[in-house]
Design a protein around this ligand. Structure first.
Ligand SMILES: *[C@@H]1O[C@H](CO)[C@@H](O)[C@H](O)[C@H]1NC(C)=O
Ligand SMILES: *[C@@H]1O[C@H](CO)[C@@H](O)[C@H](O)[C@H]1NC(C)=O
Ligand SMILES: *[C@@H]1O[C@H](CO)[C@@H](O)[C@H](O)[C@H]1NC(C)=O
Ligand SMILES: *[C@@H]1O[C@H](CO)[C@@H](O)[C@H](O)[C@H]1NC(C)=O
Ligand SMILES: *[C@@H]1O[C@H](CO)[C@@H](O)[C@H](O)[C@H]1NC(C)=O
Ligand SMILES: *[C@@H]1O[C@H](CO)[C@@H](O)[C@H](O)[C@H]1NC(C)=O
Ligand SMILES: *[C@@H]1O[C@H](CO)[C@@H](O)[C@H](O)[C@H]1NC(C)=O
Ligand SMILES: *[C@@H]1O[C@H](CO)[C@@H](O)[C@H](O)[C@H]1NC(C)=O
Ligand SMILES: *[C@@H]1O[C@H](CO)[C@@H](O)[C@H](O)[C@H]1NC(C)=O
Ligand SMILES: *[C@@H]1O[C@H](CO)[C@@H](O)[C@H](O)[C@H]1NC(C)=O
Length: 849
């Protein structure tokens, strides 16, 4: 007994020692990052830990691994970690070490982008506002105050990583680090250039013993590697020395959403095409920005005008669910490229063979053992049939086929065999009223009882200041709040006719609500292209004293902080009253009163304790009234699906659940109309949807923030809305769709080198707990359209729906071989046919949820 116990202890110690010793030494050469001198092809994805909750991290990371990633890339968020000078926060969703340890436990590597300037569409690009407000500071330039603060933070993070054995040579996950971010664009300024070179050398001096990168920094000094960021052009990018690897740090899987703009998206086929071209051209590391975008909780969204959602059309959606077909198509791409890894890395010959006017084959080989071929069709409009090595291959328009054995197609970038998921947001059902078929059920937050409190217009406390016009807002608020009141008054003599009075305010940023004598008059808001707007508003003045109060607000501070240009916010003036008999009255030359923030923020009405600080009205809540705080309680919904608040009936403001801010909301802001009609084929790099609709209607409520009963929901409504319309919704799979052609490559799980037998398959799968409930469309033949809408083509096997129903309905998943024998006989023997199916998923009543 004792002997064997001792043996076990000894083994454990051995394993631990081994792990320390087994840490990889990371270097690089032109072929890629070297792990103990061996190069690897690396697929990486950005997941930003503060944009989700720690409870979501494990699943996000395992979906990244399952999706074929080797590396997780994240920024380090300086202004979140150091909210006040010298006071640090690494708790909750800022627990960087916990996040990195989960990545390590999953067996993935980390690319740590320390910055500490990060942009990331994050508030002020991650830089602390307290630093910006110091005297004589210059951001991201040759300025000793900024450089010292930046060096201190970078050193602190590197030391924290060393202390926790986080670097690769220590057995940790970090294989690469980044200093600064996309700084090359400011190179012309000599002070900025001096700073960039200093930053590189400062980083090298920290002795991380892993390579440092600088993205979009063509003059990154040795040994720092300059890397590519962009939608395209990874293939033509070259690092600044022949001994540096070719790496793509930001390949955009979609794009960020801003208010007033439609929702951007990017087809999976377009991304796959760019990635394939990159690896064909000596690329060795690609990072998807973003792989999971997440949510800008609280006031972390930057911009200005970044929406609260940072979904990015990433392979994993804002809520942590798979964005299909993107996730699956990229996964299949990674598998196909990994099959070529030995050849790509050890290639000794590389031949480009013309196969047609716009078609070619790139054949890479390492002697006779390894051969991989990439067949490209660069014609963006038409598919092509090519002959290669004695075989015939069909290449769709703008696509690349990957042949890991120079013969068998493992993947084509345009042939998406992963199903397309359509998600739905359905009212959440209350857990306190269990659902049973035929029995009434109650939605969570549908017509609950609301309490409300009216925020004072103008001065509300002793903290106001009086001064000349017009003070800059960040200097007044120190970014502790979005809000700053600018207040002044005008005396109108008794005999003045005020019928034509109009107020002109120049340069309002980012947005403002105007109140005259306590009444709401108008809202003005800029957008990301131009944050500055003017107000010209007819005023209802009275004889005697009139109070003009302007609630000015930020909608996220500039995230692209440029050394020579930091946007000023607030009311800049001049403020002129026109239309009086005495001529224009210059209100900028008189005194103004400034009040930072709102009373409700000061009283912390969003917290349980703070909400006891005022008497809430219990009468029916006012609708469409400016500056109202609303609160209610709700119980958790029955399901464990991701949650969101549907705020379609609300104007603009901020919402809190159990004291935690789910972010700014602004559903009344509509996306401009023009870009969506352009359509979106596989060639398009950036497409848009949702024109003419709310820029953001749904706001993610993390499951981890909800208790079974008694959850406090508080909203601050600035403009006017109807809280009776607010619902809590769950996000789930509604329909699944797939279309597979007979000439598709075989599914990868059955791929074998030199195999000839390959029958394409159509595979459908609902979420766990769901089943396929009906077949909306099914056609084997020549169906037209895509997963947005299909119709039967001239060739169609009538029996398709019956066969598909038999195979799929009542099951969670089903697979059909795309061949005429599946459907009894061939409806049109000479043509290449396809099988297209749209099916509905619904919760399986026989499974408990
Ligand atoms: C950078 O700043 C240092 C110290 O303030 C100064 O000596 C040096 O000339 C500056 N370099 C450039 C290129 O501006
Ligand atoms: C890095 O290594 C050099 C040379 O060994 C040493 O002088 C320097 O102090 C080290 N710096 C840090 C931050 O460890
Ligand atoms: C890839 O690397 C090889 C060997 O260094 C070189 O001959 C070739 O031109 C490179 N191709 C591209 C597209 O950079
Ligand atoms: C590349 O070739 C070297 C030397 O023959 C070999 O050790 C290594 O395993 C090969 N790499 C891959 C990925 O096959
Ligand atoms: C395969 O690649 C490795 C590494 O580049 C090289 O040493 C070896 O000679 C190659 N084999 C042949 C047969 O070309
Ligand atoms: C208001 O403007 C109208 C049109 O310019 C003008 O006819 C009218 O006299 C003005 N009224 C006053 C009180 O200035
Ligand atoms: C209004 O007053 C401000 C402050 O005195 C001054 O800077 C500005 O030039 C004036 N504007 C006009 C149009 O008179
Ligand atoms: C809330 O108030 C109670 C009673 O005054 C106090 O004990 C508790 O610490 C407060 N909680 C917070 C988070 O302020
Ligand atoms: C809400 O109030 C604003 C300003 O008073 C008004 O313009 C708007 O039409 C109102 N909307 C609704 C839905 O009543
Ligand atoms: C799907 O078809 C519709 C209608 O033909 C078209 O507008 C849309 O761009 C297509 N979408 C994709 C992703 O091809």
């Amino acid at each position: 007994m004792e002997r064997s116990a001792f043996a076990i202890v000894a083994t454990v110690v051995m394993v631990m020692v081994m792990m320390r010793v087994e840490g990889s030494i990371i270097g690089y050469d032109a072929r890629g990052l070297l792990f103990d001198k061996q190069p690897k092809l690396l697929f990486s994805g950005s997941i930003h830990y503060p944009r989700s909750t720690p409870e979501m991290w494990e699943s996000l990371i395992s979906n990244a691994k399952e999706g074929g990633l080797d590396v997780v890339q994240t920024y380090v968020f300086w202004n979140a970690h150091e909210p006040e000078e010298g006071k640090y926060n690494f708790e909750g969703n800022l627990d960087l070490l916990k996040f990195l340890n989960l990545v390590k436990e999953a067996g993935l590597y980390v690319n740590l982008r320390i910055g500490p300037f990060i942009n990331a569409e994050w508030n002020f690009g991650g830089l602390p506002v307290w630093l910006y407000l110091q005297d004589n500071v210059g951001m991201r330039t040759n300025n000793t105050i900024f450089m010292k603060a930046m060096q201190d933070f970078t050193t602190k993070i590197v030391q924290m990583m060393k202390d926790q054995n986080m670097f690769s040579w220590q057995g940790g996950p970090i294989i690469m680090a980044q200093i600064e971010n996309e700084f090359g664009a400011y190179k012309k300024d000599t002070s900025a250039y001096a700073y960039a070179m200093w930053a590189a050398n400062m980083a090298i001096g920290l002795n991380t013993s892993v390579p440092w990168i600088m993205c979009k920094q063509p003059d990154a000094p040795d040994p720092v590697v300059n890397t590519h960021n962009g939608v395209t052009n990874g293939d033509i990018f070259q690092p600044n020395a022949p001994y540096k690897p070719k790496m793509w740090t930001e390949l955009y899987t979609g794009w960020f959403q801003t208010y007033k703009k439609p929702k951007p998206f990017r087809p999976a086929a377009n991304i796959a095409f760019e990635v394939a071209r990159f690896f064909m051209s000596n690329g060795s590391f690609v990072n998807y920005y973003m792989y999971h975008g997440g949510t800008n909780f609280g006031r972390t969204g930057g911009g200005p005008f970044m929406a609260t959602t940072y979904d990015y059309d990433a392979p994993i959606d804002e809520y942590g669910l798979l964005n299909q077909p993107k996730w699956g198509h990229l996964r299949a791409l990674h598998q196909a490229l990994k099959l070529c890894e030995a050849t790509l890395i050890n290639r000794t010959t590389s031949d480009l063979i013309a196969l047609g006017r716009h078609q070619n084959a790139l054949v890479l080989a390492n002697g006779t053992e390894n051969c991989a071929a990439f067949l490209s069709n660069l014609n963006a409009r038409r598919g092509a049939t090519v002959e290669f090595n004695g075989y015939t291959y069909n290449l769709p328009a703008q696509s690349i086929s990957i042949l890991p054995d120079c013969k068998t197609v493992a993947f084509n970038t345009a042939q998406v065999s992963t199903q397309t998921n359509t998600m739905q947001m359905v009212p959440a059902v209350s857990s306190s009223l269990e659902t049973t078929v035929g029995k009434n059920f109650s939605s969570v937050l549908w017509n609950p009882s609301w309490n409300w409190y009216s925020e004072p217009i103008g001065v509300w406390g002793e903290t106001y200041k009086t001064s000349e016009c017009c003070l800059e807002q960040i200097r007044m608020t120190k970014d502790s709040t979005d809000y700053l009141w600018y207040i002044t008054s005008i005396d109108i003599t008794d005999n003045e006719d005020v019928g034509n009075a109009t107020l002109h305010i120049s340069s309002v940023a980012h947005a403002a609500h105007l109140y005259v004598n306590g009444h709401y008059a108008v809202t003005a808001a800029g957008d990301r292209d131009n944050p500055y707007v003017e107000i010209d508003q007819p005023l209802e003045l009275k004889n005697g004293k009139n109070e003009i109060a302007i609630l000015s607000m930020t909608v996220g501070l500039q995230s692209g902080v440029q050394p020579s240009h930091i946007q000023h916010v607030g009311i800049q003036g001049p403020v002129i009253l026109n239309g009086l008999s005495g001529g224009a009255l210059n209100l900028s030359s008189q005194f103004w009163t400034y009040q930072v923030g709102l009373q409700g923020e000061f009283l912390q009405l969003h917290t349980r304790n703070g909400s006891n600080n005022v008497d809430w009205s219990i009468s029916s809540p006012p609708q469409n009234r400016s500056l109202i705080w609303y609160k209610t309680m709700f119980d958790a919904p029955a399901s464990n699906s991701p949650l969101a608040l549907d705020l379609e009936t609300m104007g603009k403001g901020e919402a809190w659940v159990n004291g935690k801010s789910i972010g700014r909301y602004w559903p009344s802001c509509q996306a401009s109309g023009e870009r969506c009609s352009l359509g979106c084929g596989a060639r398009e790099k950036r497409c848009y949807s949702g024109c003419g609709q709310s820029s953001q209607r749904w706001y993610h409520v993390p499951l981890a923030w909800i208790k079974p009963t008694g959850n406090l929901l508080v909203l601050l409504e600035e403009m006017g809305g109807d809280p009776m319309g607010i619902t809590l919704v769950t996000r789930s799979l509604a329909t699944i769709c797939s279309s597979i052609s007979e000439d598709y490559p075989a599914p990868l799980d059955s791929w074998q080198a030199n195999s000839t037998l390959k029958l394409p398959e159509l595979k459908l799968e609902c979420d766990a707990g769901q089943q396929i409930s009906s077949i909306v469309f099914a056609s084997y033949g020549t169906p037209r359209g895509n997963c947005s809408k299909f119709r039967k083509g001239p060739c169609h096997a009538e029996i398709t729906t019956k066969i598909v129903k038999q195979a799929c309905v009542g099951r969670r998943t089903c697979t059909l071989q795309v061949t005429s024998s599946t459907f009894g006989n061939d409806p049109c023997p000479i043509q290449i046919k396809a099988l297209a199916v749209i099916a509905s998923c619904s919760w399986n009543p026989s499974l408990t949820r």
